[in-house]
Design a protein around this ligand. Structure first.
Ligand SMILES: *[C@@H]1O[C@H](CO)[C@@H](O)[C@H](O)[C@H]1NC(C)=O
Ligand SMILES: *[C@@H]1O[C@H](CO)[C@@H](O)[C@H](O)[C@H]1NC(C)=O
Ligand SMILES: *[C@@H]1O[C@H](CO)[C@@H](O)[C@H](O)[C@H]1NC(C)=O
Ligand SMILES: *[C@@H]1O[C@H](CO)[C@@H](O)[C@H](O)[C@H]1NC(C)=O
Ligand SMILES: *[C@@H]1O[C@H](CO)[C@@H](O)[C@H](O)[C@H]1NC(C)=O
Length: 504
């Protein structure tokens, strides 16, 4: 009897596995380790400046070697934000904070990739140290964004004006300065054991830059106007970045004054239900005050502080956990207070530009919170539904699996991962022939035929995750559809940590 039952069970299991296997095109499981390697490699493709001999993405070469020259400064290095060649320090700093948080929370699962992840952080922090080397002044952007966007040129050929934009004590920029402080503080923690001197330098600079951001409050939107808007305009105000930076400074320095700063000001964060806009003037829907991305740090502050609870000696911090629980309830599909959408295929979707930035950043926060619930053995109540750590984790895994190929298009949205992936990403360097293949200079408009071509991009920007499909799970795979086809550093940075977790 038992034998027969086991055989039936076995056949049933086999059938089940085969059905699942067919649905996902392979065995239903993803190679998260492979995706992790690639998600980090992507950052090498976004590097600006003098490339080291260890550079693995070989089609990229040195670029923007004279950044800062016009003002007698060295501002070489850092990352291009997306498919263009401007260095926008606001989203660059946010991407750095998220890469550092990925390493902090999930570095223990990264194995041999930990070194590469730390290198990716350091490529940014070395540059951010240059951008903050003069006290009372922060360099916030290199490159005239209008002239840059008007050309389709390789970064290696770029000859548009590399204008340097700065904020100072009379023309402040608290959001960009505070985000840089957050990035430096978060990064200081990951280098504490491997390079204490560097770590201390980062932390000291973070404190100075935060001081500047806090003492001279104002938005770079008002100080620099159309040089930074609509590109990375700060729609949600700068208070959230000040609190975010203070939360990271507390974590990095253990100084209670920074935590007190967050506690004192957390009530002031207006729930801000105005939608944001992205750099192409596309409205981004607002998640009822629980937004998280390069513009708005609110949900991140609450999850970061909650994830450290209980903090011995600290005063009543339950407000952060209450907020973090509310945030979780705005995301989970079964929650009665959900405020994000899901596509028919199951992708977290928010109307606006570059959807995948929301999917990866919100997934990251859910996973950090899932780990907190796991440690403290707590659950989240959303109306009459209850979610535990496993529920949050499985939801995040569903999002990651969608990105990697379990979706109605049966394609991976990460370049170079899986059999079918985006071929015509909106990315100048990837879509133009490499310097190795075509060493002659390609002028501003010389790249237009490549932009218009229907041929696949010649250079694989391995690991790049694109803006992703529309609300109906459809992906056009066209350079002109930049909302869908453009990769960004802030899509990948949180995904690095999430992939490391699922790799185990
Ligand atoms: C700040 O920068 C503006 C130009 O952007 C300049 O006019 C002003 O003098 C600077 N203020 C200080 C205190 O350096
Ligand atoms: C902590 O604050 C929350 C509200 O923010 C309140 O409900 C709770 O009673 C407080 N707990 C203590 C021990 O003060
Ligand atoms: C929760 O803890 C269990 C047991 O230690 C572990 O297997 C699981 O991965 C943890 N989940 C999260 C989200 O940390
Ligand atoms: C995706 O795969 C499923 C199952 O193999 C198939 O039914 C469906 O038609 C495929 N969709 C596309 C767009 O290729
Ligand atoms: C999705 O499909 C619905 C119904 O077919 C249509 O009304 C809507 O415009 C589509 N949305 C997009 C973004 O294509």
């Amino acid at each position: 009897m038992m034998g027969l039952l086991s055989l039936v069970m076995l056949l049933w299991l086999v059938a089940e596995v085969m059905v699942l296997g067919m649905a996902s095109g392979e065995d239903g499981q993803h190679d998260y380790a492979d995706a992790l390697v690639k998600s980090i490699l992507f950052f090498e493709g976004q590097r600006s400046g003098k490339l080291p001999s260890s550079q693995r993405m070989k089609w990229r070469k040195d670029s923007a070697l004279h950044d800062g020259n016009e003002i007698g400064m060295d501002l070489v290095g850092g990352y291009y934000d997306a498919g263009d060649n401007v260095k926008y320090n606001f989203p660059m700093a946010f991407s750095t904070t998220m890469l550092a948080w990925s390493v902090l929370e999930f570095g223990q699962f990264m194995g041999s990739e930990l070194n590469h992840a730390e290198e990716a952080v350091r490529w940014a922090t070395d540059y951010l140290l240059k951008a903050t080397s003069i006290s009372g002044l922060v360099y916030v952007q290199v490159g005239n964004p209008y002239e840059d966007h008007n050309c389709w040129q390789r970064p290696e050929d770029m000859d548009t004006p590399r204008i340097v934009y700065a904020v100072n004590t009379s023309r402040p920029g608290s959001e960009v300065s505070a985000e840089i402080a957050a990035a430096l503080a978060a990064s200081s923690i990951i280098f504490k054991s491997s390079n204490n001197l560097y770590s201390e330098k980062l932390l000291q600079r973070a404190e100075e830059v935060f001081d500047f951001a806090d003492k001279y409050q104002g938005s770079y939107k008002d100080s620099l106007g159309s040089w930074v808007c609509p590109f990375y305009c700060d729609w949600s105000g700068y208070k959230d970045e000040l609190l975010w930076a203070a939360a990271w400074l507390h974590k990095a320095s253990n100084k209670i004054e920074y935590l007190n700063y967050v506690v004192k000001n957390i009530g002031e964060l207006e729930s801000n239900n105005k939608p944001s806009e992205d750099k192409y003037n596309i409205k981004i829907a607002n998640n009822g005050g629980y937004e998280f991305g390069w513009d708005n740090k609110q949900a991140g502050i609450n999850v970061l502080i909650s994830s450290e609870l209980p903090l011995p000696g600290a005063s009543n911090l339950s407000i952060f956990q209450t907020n973090a629980n509310d945030f979780v309830c705005t995301i989970l599909p079964e929650s009665p207070t959900r405020s994000v959408q899901y596509s028919p295929g199951g992708l977290l979707f928010k109307p606006g530009g570059s959807n995948m930035q929301h999917t990866t950043a919100l997934s990251f926060l859910l996973l950090v919170y899932a780990r907190h619930l796991n440690r403290t053995n707590e659950v989240v109540h959303c109306g009459d539904t209850t979610a535990n750590s496993d529920r949050l984790t499985s939801h995040v895994k569903g999002q990651v699996d969608y990105i990697l190929g379990n979706n109605p298009m049966n394609m991976s949205y990460m370049v170079g991962y899986g059999e079918k992936f985006p071929q015509r990403i909106h990315h100048r360097g990837s879509s133009l022939p490499s310097i190795d293949k075509y060493p002659k200079h390609i002028k501003c408009k010389g790249g237009t035929p490549y932009y218009l071509s229907h041929k696949p991009n010649p250079n694989l920007l391995i690991g790049a995750v694109v803006g992703g499909p529309d609300a109906n799970d459809t992906y056009p795979d066209s350079r002109a559809f930049f909302v869908e086809s453009e990769p960004t550093t802030y899509i990948n940075a949180p995904l690095v940590g999430v992939l490391a977790f699922f790799k185990i």
